[in-house]
Design a protein around this ligand. Structure first.
Ligand code: ADP
Ligand code: MG
Ligand code: MG
Length: 912
């Protein structure tokens, strides 16, 4: 006997499945979970999954299938026939199936599905006879021809304002029949529609509609595999970092019918709300309809939590029970798709539900409190992506401004709140326009206003601040995608009358045009014409402004509970980049444990005249005179920081940027400055010219300044230590860490260190007090990372300046890379923007070298990071893995960095 053929097809049905949940890489998320649900005894129509390996094979072999596939599909199909007691093409009892895509990670609506496969002019009559429902049979056929025509035979709208060709024919039919909804069309109308659809397909694509069920099913299978490489799926994968190599599975499954009468329905639901995280089964359903109707947002569906209990009590109870079984089984909120056929619930899909940052925090905390998961499990980045915490800090509408807007008659509509937050922006009706506007001006604030959204709109949704749709419910495409992107979103706002051609939206008696301001409140679903003022979020009001008490904010209390678990779990410390006491205070409120980077040059901008005098000084005495004027300003600034940080470490970086950055470059401004300083205008012009560099990023900057002008370093060091002594004398502990920038050579470090220590000693002698302090360096040029063992002979701490380390390590200027990085990302040359997320293979390797070199010389060397990357979750995780002591980031990123640090620690624990 020959070797057993490789298994490409996995069957599920009658309580037993070949696959299970853990097999999502092979079966895709949908297939794996259909198998799992079958195994735990939930009602799932029988079917089979064709594995993702076939997709890989398909693309590697010129779009052909493995030779074994045909036979395996035939066998699985006959098992489905057996279980269902129906036969493909039978004129007594015809089997109908759906053909569904299913990637490893869900890509909602990205790829294609075809329902009611198996219908033709003969089987449709058989189905009508068998069910005694002619209208149902023709409704199913009408849907099948439409979907198959679109997905497999490729009859699609040509451009953005074109209606869908099938919808157009359907629309005419409804008009002629004088009805509003598809469900009101008669069997005769539907019969005509089928014929008209087929003619349109033949006329516009040249294809005959296939009659053989087997040919139909293979056509659909091929279309699903091809849809893996369609543009919107590719964009989606790029956005969410899903590898193109994964491929999709295909699920072929016996049909159950939600369009068989008024005791039938189709729906999508959530085991709890995912906009705000409120417990309780919820979702959308439509009576006498088929799946696509709810998801596509063609009509606004009814809400499960509002009316299903009354309309179909039995189905409601079944769903509730299934929801609870699923949450306990998966330990996650589930997003399900179901059909009710003659009062009986059938499960068609389940997956972990996408949720907003608000819902994520609430659900994770509630799950712990309900005993479903542990605090460590709550921290899983799949449950709360660290970045999503950001949503809790974003502004909300000011209630007073909202009231005023309402009094002015600007509250024009109310829809379903699908994505919390506040957004004011210019109305934009088409995703492509939004994208173009954003490309012209990345700061443009837009609200995308549409009847409904579809996967084609993804790029435009990404750049909009808010999304507002007229149709569709809490599970519509718009709601789902907004949840995932963290966008402010309102759906199902049925008062909106949108005219794409005129470029207007009419509501509440007002006509708003494209480009007009509109404001949407994603917490309440309220839509306002014009702008509405915002205010701080509840968490900010509690922790920062102290204008709200913790007791009166549930959102804050959950945040606090979560952050307690976070701080218990993490090892990395989190510091902040701050130059001023008020920033430092903010950061402390967000949980910062020190300052990782204080850029002294920002302070100089407040005293720019004195600083310019210093730069323009003709000789050393003149420069020293100018520095003497600067010293008290610096001392005061440092004193303020030390007092605010009250004993937490404060890392102060000595002057870093090239001096010419501080001088005026225009004739007029130069003249003005000359007059102020009593110099000849030519002197100023000459000095500016002298300081000009063709590549300042690699020029006279960093420690190179302090080495050539030691008196600058001396002044800064003196200011630091005088401030430190003063604050310490007032009874507040201080912990200054003096940081030398852009060091590449040990000798550079030693040169500056000597000046710093000399000043420290002098100040301690003068004031009769000593202060504990460290002298360390930035590691931000490759040489420093490579020679870290040498530099650590003198340096007491390292801090990776990953902005410069990325620039110098990649030879890529951050000021210039904008011209090509977009192209690089689009073409997958780089996976991430290296200035946002550490290039772990390259720059990360330099960092590892720096860590191991540094600690070889100085075992307990304190090492941190102070580049922008310190607030990026994946970079934070990397910093944890390579053994850094802390990350430092901007104040508002501190909570995110804390959570990311905890997630890294938990992941490490789980792996060991
Ligand atoms: P997507 O991945 O875009 O959600 P699906 O494959 O889940 O696409 O199909 C969309 C909808 O089609 C489902 O939610 C369900 O309502 C309907 N559907 C799919 N297969 C069947 C089936 N075998 N019987 C009844 N309805 C189905
Ligand atoms: Mg689905
Ligand atoms: Mg730098």
């Amino acid at each position: 006997m020959a070797n057993a053929a490789h298994k490409y097809v996995y069957f599920f049905g009658q309580g037993k499945a070949d696959g299970k949940a853990e097999m999502r890489a092979l079966l895709g998320g949908k297939g794996a979970n259909l198998a799992e649900m079958t195994n735990i005894g939930l009602p799932v129509p029988a079917g089979f999954t064709i594995t993702t390996e076939v997709c890989t094979y398909f693309y590697a072999n010129d779009r052909k299938y493995p030779p074994e596939l045909k036979e395996q599909v035939a066998q699985a199909l006959s098992r489905v026939e057996e279980v269902m007691g129906a036969k493909f093409g039978s004129l007594a009892n015809p089997l109908l199936v759906s053909c569904r895509s299913g990637a490893r990670d869900s890509m909602p609506g990205m790829m294609d599905t075809v329902l009611n496969i198996g219908l033709n002019d003969k089987t449709v009559e058989a189905l009508a006879k068998q069910t005694g429902n002619e209208r149902f049979a023709w409704d199913s056929f009408r849907r099948f021809v439409q979907m198959y025509g679109d997905v497999v035979l490729d009859l699609k709208p040509k451009d953005k304002t074109d209606p869908d060709p099938f919808e157009e024919i359907l629309h005419h039919k409804k008009e002629k029949a004088g009805v509003k909804y598809d469900s009101e069309l008669s069997a005769a109308h539907l019969k005509e529609l089928v014929a008209e659809f087929k003619t349109a397909i033949k006329d516009r694509t040249g294809h005959d509609f296939p009659t053989d069920p087997l040919e139909q099913v293979w056509g659909a299978i091929g279309a699903v595999f091809r849809s893996w490489m369609n543009d919107r799926a590719i964009v989606y994968r790029r956005t969410y970092g899903i590898p193109h190599e994964w491929g999709t599975a295909v699920n072929v499954q016996a049909m159950v019918f939600g369009n068989l009468g008024d005791d039938c329905a189709t729906g999508v639901g959530l085991t709890r709300d995912c906009a705000l995280g409120v417990p309780g089964f919820c979702g959308d359903y439509l009576i006498n309809a088929q799946g696509e109707d709810v998801v596509a947002g063609i009509r606004t569906p009814q809400r499960i939590e509002v009316s299903l209990r009354k309309e179909m009590p039995q189905a409601f109870d079944q769903l509730n029970g299934i929801g609870q079984i699923l949450e306990k089984h998966y330990k996650e909120v589930q997003d399900i798709e179901f059909t009710v056929q003659k009062g009986r619930v059938w499960m068609l899909q389940t997956r972990s539900a996408k949720r907003t940052g608000f819902a994520a925090v609430r659900i994770a905390v509630d799950f712990v409190n309900e005993g479903l998961i542990t605090p460590h499990e709550a921290l899983n980045p799949k449950r709360i992506p660290a970045d999503d915490l950001n949503q809790l800090l974003q502004p909300i509408f000011d209630p007073k401004a909202k009231k005023a807007a309402q009094a002015e008659g600007r509250l024009v509509a109310k829809g379903i709140n699908a994505g919390p937050g506040a957004a004011t922006g210019k109305i934009c009706f088409h995703a492509a326009d939004a994208e173009a506007k954003w490309q012209a001006d990345p700061n443009v604030e837009l609200v995308l206003v549409r009847r409904e959204t579809s996967p084609e709109d993804l790029r435009g949704m990404k750049v909009a601040k808010g999304i507002l749709t007229a149709f569709g419910g809490a599970s519509s495409h718009a709601a789902l995608v907004s949840r995932q992107m963290g966008k402010v979103c309102i759906v199902g706002c049925s008062e909106l009358v949108i005219d794409y051609h005129a470029g207007t939206v009419t509501c509440g008696g007002k006509v708003l045009k494209e480009g007009d301001d509109i404001s949407i409140d994603g917490f309440t679903g309220e839509v306002f014409a014009g702008p509405v003022k915002t205010q701080a979020s509840e968490v900010i009001q509690v922790v920062l402004h102290k204008s709200l008490s913790p007791e009166s904010s549930e959102t804050y209390r959950r945040y606090a509970q979560l952050m307690k678990w976070v701080d218990e779990a993490r090892r990395l410390r989190v510091r902040t980049n701050a130059d001023q006491p008020d920033q430092a205070a903010e950061a402390i409120a967000f949980g910062a444990e020190g300052i990782g980077l204080c850029r002294t040059e920002h302070m100089f901008f407040d005293h720019i005249d004195e600083f310019r005098e210093m730069i323009l000084a003709a000789d050393l005495p003149a420069r020293q005179a100018a520095l003497k004027k600067l010293l008290p300003f610096q001392r005061e600034d440092f004193g303020g920081l030390f007092r605010e940080m009250a004993g937490l470490p404060v890392t102060i970086r000595l002057l870093d940027p090239p001096l010419h950055e501080f001088l005026p470059h225009e004739g007029e401004a130069q003249k003005e400055l000359a007059a102020k300083l009593g110099l000849a205008p030519q002197t100023v012009a000459d000095r500016v010219h002298e300081l000009h560099e063709s590549n300042p990023m690699l020029g006279h900057r960093g420690c190179r300044l302090g080495i050539v002008y030691p008196e600058i370093t001396a002044m800064q060091a003196r200011a630091i230590f005088e401030a430190a002594v003063e604050v310490q004398k007032s009874g507040v502990r201080v912990l200054p860490e003096v940081m030398i920038p852009l060091v590449g050579f040990l000798a550079e470090f030693k040169n500056q260190e000597a000046i710093i220590r000399e000043q420290a000693e002098a100040v301690f002698q003068e004031r009769g007090v000593r202060v504990e302090y460290l002298v360390g360096t930035m590691i931000e040029v490759p040489r420093a990372a490579v020679c870290a063992d040498q530099i650590a002979q003198a340096a007491e701490f390292f801090s990776f300046g990953t902005n410069d380390l990325t620039q110098t390590g990649l030879g890529m200027s951050r000021d210039d890379y904008g011209t090509f990085i977009g192209y690089y990302r689009e073409h997958d040359i780089v996976g991430n923007d290296p200035f946002q997320s550490i290039d772990q293979d390259g720059i990360g390797a330099l960092m590892k070298l720096g860590v191991s070199g540094g600690r070889k010389t100085r075992e307990k060397l304190k090492i941190g990071i102070c580049g922008e990357h310190g607030g990026d979750p994946s970079s934070v995780k990397f910093c944890h893995q390579i053994g850094l002591d802390y990350v430092s980031c901007s104040p508002y990123r501190v909570p995110i960095a804390r959570l990311a640090a905890a997630q890294a620690a938990v992941a490490e624990k789980n792996a060991s």
